[in-house]
Design a protein around this ligand. Structure first.
Ligand code: ATP
Ligand code: ATP
Ligand code: MG
Ligand code: MG
Ligand code: MG
Ligand code: MG
Length: 246
């Protein structure tokens, strides 16, 4: 031990050095469930959308916001969640692997701890895991484009999945359903749902169509974390919440 004490610590730490989060940019940590296609099958998630599974994801996101106060907004859909860090937070925490691994492990352990509350009748039979990455966006405009991209993705996937599973549930094989939907535009999918199944796509639950946003909101002088299902592409939401991306 006395010998080892003589080793120059800076020399050892040199190997740890790595890129830091770019200062004064919007850092977004996105986590995504690993192999959730299988995880959803094993735990018999409802298709196309298991609402309890989405609510469990939202609850875990609320836990992340509560623990990491530098997260000012988050957006989730399917098995993913994006957490946006306050720009000034780069002064406190700059090591990307530290922050990503902390968020991912907290999210995962919350998912396990809260499972029973959302799935009282289903045992957790294989362990959920999530991967995570952080990307820095240099302007608010680009951050808004990032969020719009995720919400558009939610819309496109949900519209496709709604059609696919209605076709399958009505007796079509999976490959037939795939063939029917191949190359269809949004309008054609809306018509397919209306004409064949009497479904008006726009009346499907907001959480499924729009995804979920969890963020801090002022209410009667005290702030609390809320989960809303709103359009985050248009200016309306951001105009009504000017403090979030201030
Ligand atoms: P990877 O490990 O590469 O992320 P994955 O199987 O998790 O693979 P994703 O592209 O992340 O693939 O897609 C997540 C999948 O999880 C969906 O395609 C769907 O099958 C399933 N899934 C996630 N959440 C739900 C839900 N709430 N209801 C039903 N199915 C869900
Ligand atoms: P950070 O979040 O920055 O890592 P920390 O409180 O986890 O803060 P560490 O430097 O990681 O601080 O130190 C871990 C601390 O956890 C130890 O100082 C000790 O107090 C406690 N600890 C960890 N493992 C044990 C153990 N097996 N028995 C008793 N105490 C432990
Ligand atoms: Mg993945
Ligand atoms: Mg996944
Ligand atoms: Mg995913
Ligand atoms: Mg630590």
């Amino acid at each position: 031990v006395e010998d080892i004490k003589r080793i120059d610590k800076d020399y050892i730490k040199y190997f740890q050095s790595e890129a830091k989060l770019m200062p004064y940019t919007w850092a977004v940590i996105r986590i995504d469930g690993c192999h959730f296609h299988k995880f959803a099958d094993v735990h018999k998630f409802e298709k196309p959308n298991d609402e309890q599974a989405l609510k469990l994801m939202n609850e875990c996101a609320v836990g992340v916001l509560d623990e990491f106060r530098e997260v000012i907004f988050s957006y989730g859909v399917s098995d993913e969640y994006s957490f946006i860090l306050k720009r000034s937070s780069h002064l406190q925490r700059t090591n990307p692997s530290d922050i990503v691994s902390s968020v991912v492990s907290l999210f995962t352990s919350m998912y396990v701890m809260k499972w029973k509350a959302f799935f009282p009748l289903t045992d957790l039979v294989c362990q959920p895991s999530f991967d995570g990455r952080v990307v820095c966006y240099p302007s608010t405009e680009i951050l808004r484009d990032y969020l719009s991209w995720r919400q558009v993705d939610c819309h496109i996937n949900n519209q496709y999945n709604t059609c696919f599973w209605m076709l399958v549930k009505s007796g079509k094989s999976r490959s037939d359903a795939q063939q029917i939907l191949k190359g269809t535009q949004s309008q054609e999918k809306m018509e397919l749902l209306a004409n064949n199944f009497g479904i008006d796509y726009n009346t499907i639950g907001e959480m499924l169509r729009l995804g979920s946003s969890a963020f801090w909101e002022e209410e009667n002088g005290c702030s609390k974390i809320v989960v809303q299902h709103c359009n985050i592409i248009d200016d309306g939401f951001w105009g009504a919440h000017p403090c979030i991306l201030a």
